[in-house]
Design a protein around this ligand. Structure first.
Ligand code: NAP
Length: 293
């Protein structure tokens, strides 16, 4: 359990947990390649020269290399046409040597993101954003090929901290396609009773106070205070914002809430490091499905 030892205010350390996940991925890949199987292969497509996107892509490539994942960077000019990009994504989708395809968002304005993401074969959708994979998350008895990385990282943090999900009241703040909605579905699949809140929710604070597990993904710096949470609740903060001093902070006021929560994730060092680790895990799982049939 990667937490500090107190009854309340246990910090769920995403840096420690993500490094444990990365280590086990690295070991599995080593075993695969020692048996003569090829390494998993991830293609990262970057269109244009946005500095923030370049940084994300560089970090993904660095992690992939550390773990033994073959990473192909496909950097394309800002003015590439939608049709040209469609053809490139389709060709990677058809290539049996490729296990995962990631298109770095946002795309330039003249390209429709939905059209492009729909071209990724759902069995290589390691980001987990394909509508078929999201749809399967919401249907009983179906198994999505991949779960979106940040929501999957939230569940991994709970599991690896020994926190039981089944039967708990889970409240999710936020309903975005990339975090709020899929994390709600993952919690539901684990038999939590889930309430999803958003900007039009009435009595938000009271709803949050009902949570045994509160997941916050709204993009509002330090909005959630200690009087929003029940004594002993588990608080997972997905938010990444800058505070009044320009420092990275979450959607939860960590210092205010840490004594009231039984477990809480810090920002930075909580959910953030899990996202890339889960991308690598999805890529490995994709390769295993093909290579270890
Ligand atoms: P988003 O697409 O902007 O969605 C925000 C959601 O929060 C929406 O559902 C919105 O409601 C709701 N919301 C906004 N303000 C609210 C308020 N005052 N009260 C209640 N609900 C409110 O954001 P996102 O992409 O899900 O990201 C959320 C946060 O997570 C951001 O800080 C982002 O940077 C961070 N993030 C972190 C990671 C990571 O790896 N750690 C990954 C992704 C995102 P409506 O639907 O009604 O508009």
């Amino acid at each position: 359990m990667a937490t500090t030892k107190q009854e309340f205010g246990n910090i769920i350390d995403g840096k420690v947990i993500s490094s444990q996940v990365r280590e086990s991925i690295k070991n599995e890949i080593k075993e695969m390649t020692e048996k003569g199987l090829r390494a998993p292969c991830l293609v990262v497509i970057l269109v244009g020269d946005r500095k923030d996107s370049q940084t994300y892509v560089r970090n993904k490539k660095k992690t992939a290399l550390e773990l033994g994942i073959n990473s192909i960077d496909k950097t394309l000019p800002e003015d590439i046409s939608e049709q040209e990009l469609i053809e490139i994504v389709k060709s990677y989708s058809a290539d049996p040597e490729i296990d995962g395809i990631l298109v770095q968002l946002p795309l330039p304005k003249h390209i429709n993101e939905e059209t492009i993401l729909n071209q990724i074969c759902e069995t290589k959708d390691v980001d987990g954003f394909h509508p078929v994979n999201i749809g399967k998350l919401g249907m009983r008895g179906r198994v999505a090929d991949f779960q979106p990385c940040t929501p999957k990282g939230c569940i991994e943090l709970l599991d690896r901290s020994g926190i039981k999900i089944e039967g708990k009241n889970a409240v999710v703040l936020g309903r975005s396609n990339i975090v709020g909605l899929p994390v709600s579905l993952l919690l539901l699949n684990r038999n939590a009773t889930v309430t999803i809140c958003h900007s039009k929710t009435q009595d938000l604070k009271e709803k949050c106070r009902e949570a045994d597990i509160l997941v916050v993904a709204i993009g509002q710096a330090k909005l959630v205070k200690k009087d929003w949470i029940k004594q002993g609740a588990v608080v997972i903060d997905v938010g990444m914002n800058t505070d009044e001093n320009g420092k990275l902070c979450g959607d939860v006021d960590f210092n205010d809430c840490k004594e009231t929560a039984s477990y809480i994730t810090p920002v930075p060092g909580g959910v953030g490091p899990m996202t890339i680790a889960m991308l690598m895990k999805n890529t490995l799982e994709s390769a295993k499905k093909k290579l270890l049939k």
